[in-house]
Design a protein around this ligand. Structure first.
Ligand code: DGL
Length: 287
């Protein structure tokens, strides 16, 4: 027998997460609440063998009304928690945090960090025919002008019209995405963008795809809605493949969910959105 150090009769300990092959580790995803589930759903669709760990910072939602310094601190704490779960790649499934903290997180952690803004901008540039692009997001994302920069870096000729829609996040968290109140708020927020005759609308907040039906009805079929989740999943798939980190074919476990508060509400709203019950959502403290 060649020297592995073990006789065949020695019971082998179950490997601790540290001993898993890097490719077998999970992808970590975070957002302030249920919004990032839109990204998780696309990741599951595109990368069915991957293990997923999700963190919703529900104790501190919304991020969009907070200062960049505060959002960056929340993002550092969320990232540290997920890195502690031994993830191989981190998805910042939050536009507000991507806008202010992506570079910092990538500098702190020695693992690939993917945000949602660049992928969303790429999707919009591919979709627009007239070059008139609307962007809706939180106050923090709109103030950061991160989408304008990403869009103009791809095509300096595009015209970008942005609007903050602060009521959309609480409406999504409340499970009221299809409610009459959501329709009224959307009509009010989007009127200035529609006057600019945009042909493409970036849903620049991961909560907003929950309101997709309401928004598409309002803007009509001529305006293409860009949900950065799909593009983000594509980016993650490319990055894993390039770095040899793609999980081999195997049935993955169910995604593991953590929140910082109100697990029951997260289970209810998130489960309705994903169309499957969310169970065993654990509550954690981040600081
Ligand atoms: N879903 C997040 C985003 O994409 C955060 C929304 C919020 O907490 O305000 O911006």
């Amino acid at each position: 027998m060649t020297g592995t150090g073990f006789s065949p009769l020695t019971p082998q300990p179950y490997p601790s997460p540290r001993e898993f092959k890097l490719s077998e580790r999970a992808i970590g995803i975070f957002d302030s609440g249920v919004g990032g589930l839109t990204v998780l759903r696309e990741l599951r669709r595109r990368l069915p063998y991957e293990e997923l760990v999700y963190l919703g910072d529900t104790a501190r939602v919304p991020y969009g009304t907070k200062s960049p310094q505060t959002v960056a601190r929340y993002a550092r704490e969320a990232a540290r928690f997920l890195v502690g779960q031994q993830v191989k790649l981190l998805v910042v499934a939050c536009n507000t945090a991507s806008a202010v903290a992506l570079d910092e997180l990538a500098a702190i952690h020695r693992l690939p960090v993917v945000g949602v803004i660049e992928p969303g901008a790429r999707g919009a540039l591919a979709a627009t025919r007239t070059g008139r692009i609307g962007v809706i997001g939180t106050e923090g994302t709109v103030r950061s002008r991160a989408y304008e920069r990403a869009l103009r870096a791809g095509n300096p000729a595009v015209e970008v019209f942005a609007a903050a829609c602060p009521l959309f996040v609480p409406l999504a968290e409340e499970g009221w995405a299809d409610h009459e109140i959501a329709r009224l708020a959307a009509a009010e927020y989007l009127a200035p963008l529609l006057r600019e005759q945009i042909d493409t609308l970036v849903l620049g907040c991961t909560h907003y795809p929950l309101l997709k039906r309401t928004l598409q009805e309002l803007v009509g079929p001529e305006v293409t809605l860009i949900d950065s989740a799909e593009e983000t999943a594509k980016t993650v798939a490319g990055l894993l493949a390039a770095q040899g980190l793609t999980h081999g074919p195997a049935a993955p476990g169910l995604p593991r969910y953590f929140v910082t508060d109100a697990a029951e509400r997260f289970e209810r709203v998130g489960g309705a959105f994903l169309g499957a019950p969310l169970v065993d959502v654990a509550t954690v403290t981040l600081d």
